[in-house]
Each structure stands twice: as structure tokens, then as C-alpha cells.
Design a binder for this molecule. Structure first.
Ligand code: NAP
Length: 498
């Protein structure tokens, strides 16, 4: 099983000791990043304080003095760095990181490592991309019992393909392999599947060892790092942006509660032109698809549901008996919390028959919502800043359209049993914005704002103050996730609240 290494990036040993104490139950190794230590602390290192630190460490330590060219903080001269390496290696480290481009100048450090039976990690860092000769270099870097390490950069998500192919070619060779940055976020979680000896993590509260690192508790808890084997099912979410998505929290917790194997990981993509090969290499069991790929994913699906056909967008990609199926769980995810709140059984035919509803917004999310409302029997007025978009959308679903402005006030009153808010006004960074500021609630409306961050928008607060029933978007997010989870795994979500 791949190990979890904690990067110790504190400015002094006391700070690093605190990180070790805090995370010791979650890690197997730690990397002392001497280049992150304050310069004033360096001269005293070889005089007992460091030996004591190493002796007290609950886990074996890697010694690293990372050069600035490799993303580190070492700003001294190279000869000074190598002399310091040579001096520190014998103090009790288990591993010493030496870059693969070092020549005879590193002989002293290499000898110190050999003499002290300290294993060398022969590392390469590439911030411009993936070196063409990555596989050959990794094989070469494994000479004399060294552990080869490559930290590469994916400048476009299509480079995930050569990265995964390199991992395949290196199968069976002991190595550390990772991709830095948000596009490489998945590689931190998939270390076991990549055949990487370890994955690097950073303290949640401190400086990151490198871009894209996660803290050990999140990796072990949320991403089930120690529970997932290389052959367990892989689920995930593709989008851009996607790393901040709350979906991994939901899906991984449900997998855990159901005691099902597998993990759900965010993949930041720049496009889906390379998606076929990506799926082939990753053998994805199920994917949530978010902005901006809900339409672009359609050509990769063998069979779409009637909902996807009407909405024109797919947010759920899953497989059954070798076929790829596409569903849109946004519509049901939107509808179910509303029916539950109104006490209407979910299996009711046309559960919103006769309900007059104002739908604020005509963007991507509005399509699924409008489909759900209209197919449930509601009569809908679509209001949008750009009236043309409201008209087009309303026209497709047999609804009415009006501008999102005070001139529609009376019309909204007519369509006010249910008001559904689907614009991004009220969501960060526009938390203070109220898309209906020209409209006064009379307390009889029910307001459903599909924004889930913040949990309560200014509009929801205003409606609640006027005595209206109010529902936020978190329930919708969770509910659409539940529909996906069931399609992915064939099992319903556990009943207790996540
Ligand atoms: P989108 O496609 O970009 O649409 C944005 C909508 O907001 C459009 O109707 C746009 O009007 C309107 N808008 C943006 N800025 C505005 C402004 N300054 N004044 C007036 N209207 C403005 O986005 P989306 O994907 O539909 O997402 C919209 C919201 O739904 C987001 O807050 C998202 O988090 C939320 N959402 C929630 C869930 C959930 O599960 N709870 C799921 C999906 C989306 P124009 O057409 O005039 O530009």
C-alpha cells in the first residue's frame, strides 16, 4: 500500500514537531524540508538539535533541501547546499533526496548516504510539462538501489494521458510518481493505483510543500486513501473549476457508510477531446459531469435518458454491462427536496399540477429545473436579465418569459406560489446581491434558491423574514448526488444524514 508522507515546511523545528504530533496517526513518513527552515536556524542544525528531532520523530524522515528551480526555497549557493546535505545525512535520516541532474559535485552527499545506509531518492522536477524521456530517466534513476521520483506538471489535462501511460510502463518498478498543481490533484489520491511508493501531503494549517498537496487527514478520511486498492472502482467528477466541489465529500462518505470499495476523485479538465483514452486508462465506473462539460460529454455516451434528451445536458456518466449511459440527476435532485418539504409523495404523477411558478434565471442549471417543473405539471414564468435567453428557454418548454426587472413585478405576483432562484446572484463572490430586490414578498410565496454556498442567501433571508417557506440548494446538491450514487453503485444512499 502506498505510504503517506508529510512535508514538514515549518520555519523552525518546533513548528515541524507540532505538525508531526498533530498528524502522526495518519502518516508513515515525513519529509524535512530544510529549505523551508528559517536561514538563522540552519547553522545550529548539525549540533544536536536536529539529531534530537530525528530521534523523537514518530516516523522515518526524508531529508530534502529543495532548490528554488525545483520549487523549493533554498536561496544559498549550490556547493553550500550539497555540503549541508553531506553533513545532515548521517544524523539519522532514512532517505535523502538528491536531484537526478547532479554530477560529481554530489559525490560527498552520495557517499554519506551509502555509508549511513540512507536510501537516496533520485528526483526530477519538471514545471514545464512531462519530460519526453520520463520513463527512461526513471529507470536510470533507480540505479544502485535508489528510489526514483518524478514530479511533473500537466500544462493541459490531455497530458494526463502520457502521465498515466508512463505509470503503466513503469509498473512493477519502485518509484514515486506525481503530477503537481490542480490538474495533477488526482495523482495525490491515486498513488496506489499509479504504483507510487508514497504520496506527499502538507499540514492543513501550514505552508504547502508543493501545489496540489492535500493534508493527511483529508487524504485518509475524505479520500479513503488506506482503504482503496489499485483495482477498486474509480468514481469522480469532471469539470472546470472542480477542485472545490463538495461532491467528493458526499460520495466518499456514502461509499464509506455503505462499506463499498472505491473512491470518488475530482478531475480538473481543460476539454474532453481526450476523454475516450482517459476513460480507457482509468477505467472509470461513474462520473459526475459539471460545468462546462455537460453538453460536450454527450458524444461519449451510448444511451442517454429522456431527461438528458429534453434538457440537452448530461451530468451523470455511468456504465451498465459494457455500455455507457447518461442521465441528468439535476432535475430529480431539484424536485425531490421540494416534494419532501411540501409533503407530496415522490411517486405522485404531476406532483406540481397547477402550481404557478416564477423561475429566476435562464442559465445552464435553469434548464434542468425548468424540465422538472414543467414535467411535474407546474406553469412557469421564466425571468432573466437577458430576455432573449429567457424567451428561448421558455419557448422550448412551453413556459412564459419576462425580463428580470421591476416591470415584471405584477406578473411575478401572479406566478408566486413558488419562486425558484437559479442565477448566480447571491453566490460567492456576489453574496450580497439579491436578484429580486425590486420584489416585496407577502409571505405566501415559497422560495427555493438553488445556490448552496452560502447555505442561506440574502434572498432566502429576506423571504424568511417576510414569513415565506424557504429551501436552499444544499438539499438539491445532495439529492442529485444521491441519484448519481445509486446509478454508479446500484445501491441506495444510506438513510442517515451525511
Ligand atoms: P450560468 O449558466 O452561468 O447562468 C447564470 C445565470 O445567472 C444566468 O441566468 C445569468 O443571466 C444570471 N446572472 C449572472 N449574473 C447576473 C447579474 N449580475 N444580474 C442578473 N443575472 C445574472 O450558471 P448556472 O450553471 O446556471 O448556475 C447558476 C447557479 O445555480 C449557481 O449559483 C450555481 O451554484 C447554482 N447551482 C446549484 C446546483 C445545486 O445542486 N444546488 C446545481 C447547479 C447550479 P444572463 O443570462 O443574463 O447572463
Amino acid at each position: 500500500m502506498a505510504k503517506i508522507a508529510l512535508c514538514l515546511t515549518g520555519a523552525d523545528l518546533d513548528e515541524n514537531r507540532r505538525y508531526l504530533n498533530r498528524y502522526q496517526d495518519h502518516i508513515d513518513l515525513a519529509e524535512l524540508r530544510v529549505d523551508c527552515l528559517h536561514r538563522s536556524k540552519l547553522s545550529g542544525l548539525s549540533k544536536g538539535t536536529l539529531s534530537e528531532f530525528i530521534g523523537d520523530s514518530p516516523v522515518p524522515l526524508i531529508l530534502t533541501i529543495r532548490r528554488s528551480v525545483d520549487g523549493g526555497h533554498w536561496d544559498g549557493c549550490e556547493s553550500e547546499r550539497l555540503i549541508l546535505m553531506e553533513k545532515l545525512i548521517p544524523l539519522g535520516f532514512a532517505y535523502a533526496d538528491l536531484e537526478d541532474d547532479l554530477g560529481p559535485e554530489a559525490a560527498g552527499a552520495e557517499k554519506a548516504a551509502r555509508d549511513g545506509k540512507v536510501r537516496i531518492i533520485r528526483s526530477l522536477h519538471d514545471f514545464r510539462g512531462i519530460p519526453e524521456d520520463l520513463v527512461e530517466r526513471m529507470k536510470k534513476n533507480g540505479r544502485d538501489g535508489a528510489l526514483p521520483k518524478a514530479a511533473v506538471t500537466l500544462t493541459h489535462s490531455r497530458e494526463i494521458i502520457p502521465f498515466l501511460e508512463a505509470a503503466r510502463e513503469l509498473e512493477g518498478q519502485e518509484k514515486i510518481l506525481l503530477a503537481m498543481g490542480e490538474r495533477g490533484f488526482f495523482s495525490r489520491i491515486m498513488a496506489e493505483r499509479l504504483g507510487s511508493f508514497l504520496t506527499f501531503t502538507s499540514p492543513a494549517e501550514g505552508q504547502k510543500g508543493a501545489a496540489g498537496q492535500i493534508d493527511p487527514v483529508t487524504l485518509e478520511g475524505l479520500y479513503r486513501f488506506r482503504k482503496v486498492t489499485a483495482s477498486d472502482p474509480l468514481y469522480g467528477i469532471i469539470g472546470n473549476p472542480v477542485i472545490q466541489s463538495r461532491s467528493p465529500e458526499l460520495h466518499n462518505r456514502w461509499l464509506d457508510q455503505r462499506k463499498l470499495p472505491g473512491v470518488y476523485i475530482p478531475f480538473l479538465l481543460d476539454g474532453v477531446d481526450h476523454f475516450d483514452r482517459l476513460d480507457q486508462l482509468l477505467d472509470i465506473r461513474g462520473l459526475s459531469v459539471t460545468i462546462p462539460f455537460k453538453e460536450a460529454i454527450l458524444p461519449f455516451i451510448d444511451k442517454i435518458s429522456p431527461g438528458v434528451r429534453s434538457i440537452g445536458a448530461c451530468n451523470t456518466y455511468y456504465k451498465r454491462e459494457g455500455r455507457v449511459l447518461g442521465e441528468n440527476s439535476d432535475a430529480l435532485g431539484f424536485l425531490y427536496p421540494l416534494l419532501d418539504r411540501w409533503g407530496i409523495p415522490r411517486d405522485t404523477e404531476k406532483p406540481l399540477r397547477g402550481v404557478k411558478c416564477s423561475l429566476i434565471g435562464a442559465g445552464g442549471a435553469s434548464r434542468g429545473v425548468l424540465f422538472a417543473l414543467v414535467s411535474s405539471g407546474a406553469r412557469v414564468l421564466v425571468l432573466n436579465r437577458t430576455l432573449g435567453k429567457a424567451r428561448t428557454l421558455a419557448g422550448e418548454f412551453g413556459a412564459e418569459a419576462a425580463p428580470l426587472s421591476s416591470e415584471s413585478r405584477e406578473l411575478i405576483k401572479e406566478y408566486s406560489r413558488l419562486i425558484v432562484q437559479t442565477t448566480s446572484l447571491g453566490m460567492a463572490p456576489m453574496e450580497e446581491r439579491d436578484p429580486l430586490e425590486f420584489y416585496d414578498f407577502n409571505g405566501k410565496e415559497f422560495l427555493y434558491d438553488i445556490i448552496y454556498k452560502p447555505v442561506e442567501t440574502v434572498l432566502m433571508k429576506r423571504a424568511a423574514r417576510a414569513g415565506c417557506g424557504v429551501l436552499g440548494g444544499w438539499e438539491m446538491l445532495r439529492e442529485q448526488g444521491k441519484v448519481q450514487f445509486e446509478l454508479f453503485t446500484g445501491m441506495p444512499v444510506p438513510t442517515e444524514k451525511p
